[in-house]
Design a protein around this ligand. Structure first.
Ligand SMILES: NC(=O)c1ccc[n+]([C@@H]2O[C@H](COP(=O)([O-])OP(=O)(O)OC[C@H]3O[C@@H](n4cnc5c(N)ncnc54)[C@H](OP(=O)(O)O)[C@@H]3O)[C@@H](O)[C@H]2O)c1
Length: 265
């Protein structure tokens, strides 16, 4: 069973593995190695129950993940409080295409819509969903200030940005609580963001820890090697891994426990 740890610099406790929900809500415009069928309600409920029983308490979703938020709202029902939910603002996905809107009006609208979809009155973490132009998004639109206001109002408990550049990741950490960063066997260019977080007591969530599944295609024990890399960096609070395969979910939790035990000893 996974033990929870605090996201550095926040009061939020999460499991070291989070459950990514892209594949519960969207099957278009994704870059996984193979096609898949979105799980039906029975399968999705079983996955969520399995994740929770293995100690996972962090769910990662976004308006841009198709019907992910609305499904979570329906599927979690009165068990919402058993979970820490991370959602996003800024990216929309409609008719098979992404678009971005970082204005303060849209951010407020989006969070109110997420609250309704998730059937809740607070969201634990909300991150700006970057279009790749991180620094410009932060400086031009002041999105992180808008999120800070929503935090003061109690609608969200922590804020940050899912970034794609070193400069953006560091700027996001200067102005908010958490950066969600890509860090895996294939891509480590954003490691300086992790180093900055460690030095400055800020929270790091990892996305694409298995390189969206591409890391699993070759090499010896790629899940273990991926987790050794990710959890080998002490700034990492949690890695969000997406899977709709219960066997993979169990394997990922077992491997995470093994790697964390190895790091402790
Ligand atoms: N904020 C952002 O901009 C952003 C961007 C990308 C992702 N994310 C978040 O991060 C989550 C994870 O990212 P991701 O889905 O792109 O990549 P990922 O977690 O690195 O990889 C997911 C892929 O790996 C496969 N997989 C998982 N465990 C496996 C195992 N034990 N053995 C073999 N294959 C395995 C999954 O297939 P199966 O389903 O067959 O297991 C899935 O196709 C997303 O769901 C989302 O919540 C955020």
């Amino acid at each position: 069973m996974l033990e929870q740890r605090q996201i550095t610099g926040t009061n939020i406790s999460v499991s070291p593995l989070g459950f990514g929900t892209v594949k519960l809500g969207r099957d278009q415009g994704v870059k996984y190695p193979s096609g898949f069928t979105i799980p039906d309600d029975k399968e999705a409920t079983a996955l969520l129950e399995l994740a929770r029983s293995l100690g996972i308490n962090l769910l990662d979703t976004a308006p841009a993940y198709g019907v992910s938020e609305i499904r979570l709202g329906d599927l979690l029902g009165n068990r919402r409080k058993d979970w820490v939910i991370c959602s996003k603002v800024g990216e929309e996905f409609e008719g098979g295409e992404s678009s971005f809107n970082f204005t303060s009006e849209h951010i407020r609208f989006s969070i109110e819509r997420s609250l309704k979809r998730l059937k809740t009155d607070y969201i634990d973490m909300v991150l700006v969903h970057s279009n790749g132009d991180d620094v410009n998004v932060i400086e031009q639109y002041g999105c992180l200030e808008v999120l800070a206001d929503l935090k003061k109002e109690g609608l969200i408990l922590a804020s940050g940005m899912s970034t794609k550049t070193v400069e953006g990741g560091i700027l996001a950490l200067e102005q908010s609580d958490i950066a969600m960063v890509t860090y895996n066997l294939n891509e480590q260019a954003e490691k300086p963001v992790l180093d900055y977080a460690l030095e400055n007591n800020k929270g790091i969530l990892i996305k694409k820890a298995l390189a969206s599944g591409h890391a699993c295609l070759d090499g010896e024990d790629p899940v273990e090697k991926s987790m050794e890399l990710v959890f080998g960096h002490p700034a990492v609070s949690s890695a969000i891994v997406g899977t709709i395969n219960p066997k993979h979910l169990k394997q990922n939790v077992e491997t995470c426990l093994k790697v964390l035990n190895g790091l402790e000893n």
